[in-house]
Design a protein around this ligand. Structure first.
Ligand code: GAL
Length: 753
């Protein structure tokens, strides 16, 4: 029987004697959005609770995540400790319990001076503090199942079962799918390790159809539950193969942090990140940089079909012997905790971007392979031609112009995966100007185009969302603006490169008609991102031209950015009576002016102008007027550009033009929240949009948030929009009923069940 221990904690922050009522997940301190020092969460704290027990039964206490060192006491006696902020730990507290109420104390050390990964030098992310994931108590009587490792193949169910408090017993098991029984059986256990196997025809797990089975293994009334999926996953020098089929890995790196609460977000928010990655950004993979992440996030990856590359905690630094022992222990814990997840296809067994260290990495590889012979290992490095003790060469490719040729990086026979790209090479804020954001988008497109052109297994962009970081990194405000989304997960322009590879009809214009946002008023290349078969471009409601993905400078990427190079079409002939030959020439000249600026035209454009003037008898002033009328549109209301994207039967369209009306919008991730084993949270995105539905990236507005009823606000109650967007979170308070969030004067109603 499992009892959750998420409620009723009394928290002492080490500074004041007064305890405070808190619920898990809990952050030892709430931070501002940015501009705060990393010392704010680095202190020791204490959490107190109690639980009910009965002598004669077995009690296992599990903490899913405590940042970063935990010492646990039951009824005043030391029960055990754990030296990793990112792996779960379970303590058998049976010898310490008494009949009735038992006092539980957890001392938490969140200082970065601890001698354990990832600490010891600088780190490009904040490590936060507190009991930031869930906790529970399992109660057993007699022999019970302590671990199950499922190793099923498509026509055979097999699993290794480990029993604790062993006594010969009958082990019963049942596999089901969506509540329907698929197979069951039992074995007599004569020792603490039991192998189960049985002929079953399984449906395979893959990225498009992720079939997740439930498994229950019982000894008497003691039940152990897990989930699994059946698939093969292989990284080779020819690419990555899932169930024998080649799949190009298109992924992003994820940090598990959020504004204000750091790491402390409950189940639904963990799942939401996986849903955004899969359904909005449409990637097929995520790297849990740089540590194992919440089991709920992993479970959602299983259910959505997101491939996962997970890795041990660490960042560039390798410490002394004690530190290394802890790193090896982290490999053990990571593999044991996550090896039933079908989504996990690769173990990261090096400290991210550390130097070669054969002694340590021989050990970490051995541990991973011995605990899980079914998966390959990788180890993330920025070094070219470093020592490969792992199965896959996983390399951070910080090239400024697409992918580095594999031949410079590693042996050509090694399976090769790009574990990071972009990031600090091109930090981009949601409120950077259009040319900057376009360049960010193009860097993603170029890298992915190169990845699709080669036998590389795939690539993970750096990164999913902006994140708070240490003083040594980021933009001086303690934020690394490396995300394709901001900290609230609002998409930036570059996110569209990924979304355009999805199945839902998608269209995103990567330009505006506001020439004032471009240096010298030169708009430059106009792209749109879409998964449509073709798009039609209209200006001022007049059809101009049809484009397909062939109109892209990128040749290999599915659904690459389409270059819109003509906003005039046949209008010069139809409206001005200019002959088609000269109209074509004039269009080229006007496009050159848009591209280079009138004062910087290349010689060949100037020669074209002379030809036009000679052939049409048009004066330079008349030609300039054509630019004003057909390109810059000063003084005209007919300059709006509309793109219609035709995806199968569906048409989506987007317009960019001079805006006259702006409206604040607030969209909640959900409006029904559940009080279950703990509180629930909904994310709310806020954006100021124009009448065409485009976000206004330079909106300078304050948004105030206020709640009523059974919900409360997480974080700042006033926030300026930045990049035209913002966000907040609301959480439940332990009560059921109705609640309202006011975003300025927008009321969003929530129901708590
Ligand atoms: C890598 C590192 C990441 C992040 C990234 C920024 O070197 O692994 O954690 O710092 O650079 O580009």
């Amino acid at each position: 029987m499992r009892v959750y221990l998420n409620d009723n904690w009394t928290y002492f922050d080490g500074q004041n004697g007064e305890g405070k009522y808190v619920r898990l997940p809990h952050s030892n301190v709430q931070t501002p959005f940015n501009c705060f020092d990393e010392s704010v969460y680095q202190f020791e704290s204490r959490y107190e609770n109690s639980f009910h027990a009965q002598k004669g039964k077995t009690y296992l206490l599990t903490f899913e995540g405590v940042a970063h060192r935990a010492e646990v006491y039951v009824n005043g006696s030391f029960a055990g400790s754990h030296d990793c902020g990112y792996t779960a730990f379970t303590l058998d507290v049976t010898p310490l319990v008494v009949n009735g109420e038992n006092k539980l104390v957890v001392k938490v050390d969140s200082r970065e001076t601890l001698n354990q990964p990832p600490f010891g030098f600088v780190i490009d992310y904040l490590t936060y503090g507190g009991i930031y994931r869930e906790a529970y108590l399992d109660e057993y009587e007699g022999c019970y199942v302590s671990d199950v490792f499922v190793t099923a193949a498509h026509n055979r169910f097999s699993a290794q079962v480990t029993l604790a408090d062993f006594a010969p017993c009958k082990v019963c098991w049942q596999v089901s799918l969506g509540g329907e029984r698929v197979a069951e059986g039992s074995v007599l256990a004569q020792s603490a390790c039991v192998d189960i196997s049985h002929d079953v025809n399984f449906r395979l797990w893959d990225v498009n159809n992720p079939v997740v089975y439930d498994l229950a293994v019982c000894v008497g009334n003691n039940v152990y539950e897990t989930t699994f999926g059946v698939r093969t996953a292989r990284f080779t020098d020819k690419g990555f193969f899932l169930n024998g089929k080649k799949v190009k890995i298109v992924g992003l790196n994820r940090h598990q942090s959020y504004p204000y609460v750091g790491y402390a977000m409950p189940e639904s928010m963990q799942r939401l990140d996986a849903q955004i990655l899969k359904n909005k950004l449409c990637v097929n993979a995520v790297r849990t940089s740089h540590y194992p992440q919440s089991k709920y996030f992993l479970d959602e990856c299983d259910r959505l079909g997101l491939l996962v590359f997970t890795e041990i905690p660490g960042w560039q630094h390798i410490g002394d012997d004690e530190w290394r022992k802890k790193a090896v222990q982290n490999v053990k814990d990571m593999v044991l905790q996550y090896r039933n997840h079908p989504s996990v296809v690769l173990w990261g067994v090096r400290i991210n971007e550390s130097q070669d260290c054969d002694e340590l990495y021989t050990q970490t590889n051995e541990v991973a392979h011995s605990l899980d012979p079914t998966r390959q290992t990788g180890g993330v490095r920025y070094l070219q031609r470093s020592r490969l003790l792992e199965d896959v060469y996983t390399y951070n490719d910080f090239n400024r112009n697409g992918a580095t040729d594999k031949k410079f990086v590693c042996d050509k026979r090694a399976p090769y995966l790009i574990s990071e790209y972009n990031g600090h090479m091109f930090p981009t804020k949601s409120y950077d100007d259009f040319p900057h954001r376009r360049q960010h988008m193009l860097r993603y497109a170029k890298m992915l185009d190169d990845v699709f052109a080669a036998d590389t297994c795939g690539a993970f962009g750096w990164c999913f969302a902006d994140y708070n970081t240490h003083k040594d990194f980021g933009s001086g405000d303690r934020i690394c603006y490396h995300g394709v989304t901001d900290m609230f997960r609002n998409p930036k322009m570059a996110a569209g490169v990924f979304s355009a590879m999805g199945k839902q009809p998608f269209l995103q214009l990567c330009f505006t008609s506001d020439i004032g946002d471009y240096p010298e008023g030169v708009v430059g290349d106009m792209y749109c991102l879409t998964n449509a078969e073709y798009v039609e471009v209209y200006k001022g409601g007049v059809f101009i031209k049809r484009y397909t993905h062939k109109d892209s400078p990128f040749r290999h990427l599915p659904c690459p950015p389409i270059l819109i190079d003509d906003l005039i079409g046949n209008r010069l002939t139809e409206e001005e009576g200019i002959s088609p030959g000269y109209a074509k020439l004039i269009k080229r000249v006007l496009a050159d002016i848009r591209r280079y600026g009138a004062n910087f035209l290349p010689l060949k454009s100037k020669l074209k102008i002379l030809r036009i003037m000679a052939g049409t008898k048009m004066s330079l002033a008349q030609l300039t007027n054509l630019y004003g009328k057909y390109e810059s549109n000063w003084g005209s209301e007919a300059g709006a550009v509309t793109v219609k994207a035709f995806v199968g039967e569906q048409v989506v369209q987007q317009t960019t033009g001079a805006a006259h009306r702006w409206t604040l919008e607030a969209s909640p991730s959900k409006t029904v929240l559940q009080e279950t084993s703990t509180y629930d949270v909904a994310a709310v995105s806020v954006a100021l949009k124009d009448e065409y539905g485009n976000v206004c990236p330079y909106a300078c507005r304050a948004v105030t948030f206020r709640t009523e009823g059974v919900i409360e606000l997480v974080g700042q109650s006033t926030l300026p929009l930045y990049g035209g967007v913002g966000g907040t979170y609301v959480k439940t308070t332990g009560k059921k009923g109705e609640g309202t969030l006011y975003v300025n004067d927008i009321a969003i109603k929530f129901t708590v069940r």
